[in-house]
Design a protein around this ligand. Structure first.
Ligand code: PBG
Length: 340
């Protein structure tokens, strides 16, 4: 029954009724535009010294720092669930941190040992390693600090050494997260020269100076090193969008195989623009603060954990992401396998 035309009514209703396609479950499934699958997931993990150590991260309920053999077990469980890749982050003994971050390119450092053990025990899962100096510097910055400034080119030289030792340990994807200028090209060159032309580079291209990394810095123990310092002279200003596109363009030109936007949910507009503009494999990182928010609300009974998490992950797919780094990866893989 058509009533009087309202202002702005195109005249299509009642002939056109969008709700018709939402009426039954089978029809909603037919017209679904985006899907989340286990193939989209990358699981970030924290490794620490010791044996048999499983240490909860207070600000990330459900996340633990694991000693190497427990890390390998966790990675095996992820491979069992068909998660394509893990990203491993080291919790470095404070005694090994220095202003120059030399531990970053020690071939026997914690991350290199962990990668060797993962590759030996779990051959068919991708292993991603960050390249940045913050796990290793006594000041907590991703680069070398000189008279209050982060040195760019000097840092890039160290990052190249770090990338090569990680590749030699068996890392499949090198992920520069430092935001120095020119690092992707330099790392590509260093990897190729060392015989690792097959090792991929996932560039943290549009990485913002975000408050949402707080729990991660607790997890790896860099928060106290950084103190009141911040990373705004290298990580991006949250106010900017066009600049993200310029960063991505540079990283692609320098040889990035995949690009990343980080954080995730507050930056879906960036994910969408990057994917639309470049059509590159575009990854997004649902960071520690996003994990903390969703977990805290779920723990309080304020959100339905499974529904809210799966909706958040689907939003990344809708924005155009090809893969998602998320601390919920194992839960999501389980829920998806149960037909969520
Ligand atoms: C290190 C690094 C950070 C994250 C990933 N790699 C922290 C930072 O840049 O300070 C954040 C990840 C997260 O919050 O989950 N460069």
């Amino acid at each position: 029954m058509s009533g009087p035309r309202l202002p702005g009514d195109s005249g299509h209703y009642p002939t056109t009724r969008p709700r018709r396609n939402r009426r039954e479950d089978w029809c909603r499934r037919l017209v679904t535009e985006n899907r989340l699958t286990v193939d989209d997931l990358i699981w970030p993990l924290f490794v620490r010294d010791g044996v048999g150590v499983r240490e909860p991260v207070a600000s990330m309920p459900g996340v633990e720092r694991l000693s190497t053999e427990l890390l390998v077990e966790a990675v095996a469980a992820a491979a069992e669930r068909k998660i394509p890749a893990v990203a491993v982050f080291p919790v470095t003994d404070p005694a090994r941190k220095t202003p120059g971050g030399e531990e970053a390119y020690n071939p026997d450092n914690l991350i290199c040992q962990a990668v060797r053990e993962i590759k030996a025990a779990v051959p068919n899962i991708g292993v991603i390693c960050d390249v940045a100096l913050d796990p290793y510097t006594s000041h907590g910055h991703d680069g070398l600090l000189h008279e209050g400034q982060i040195l760019n080119d000097e840092t890039v030289a160290v990052l190249c050494r770090q990338a090569v030792v990680q590749a030699r340990a068996g890392c499949d994807i090198i992920a520069p997260s430092d935001m120095m200028d020119g690092r992707v090209g330099a790392i590509r060159h260093a990897l190729d020269a060392a015989g690792f032309s097959h090792v991929k580079i996932l560039a943290y291209s549009a990485k913002y100076a975000s408050a949402f990394y707080g729990p991660f810095r607790d997890a790896v123990g860099s928060a106290s090193n950084l103190g009141h310092g911040d990373k705004r002279t290298y990580q991006m200003n949250p106010a900017n969008t066009d600049e993200a596109l310029r960063e991505v363009a540079l990283d692609i030109a320098e040889g990035a195989d995949m690009v990343m936007v980080k954080p995730g949910m507050p930056y879906l507009d960036i994910v969408q623009r990057v994917k639309a503009e470049f059509g590159m494999p575009t990854f997004v990182y649902q960071v520690s603060g996003e994990y903390a928010m969703l977990s805290a609300a779920a723990q309080n009974g304020w959100l339905d954990r499974k529904k809210a998490v799966l909706e958040s992950l689907l939003s990344f797919k809708r924005a155009g992401a090809d893969a998602i780094l998320t601390y919920f990866a194992m839960d999501a893989a389980k829920w998806l396998s149960e037909g969520a």
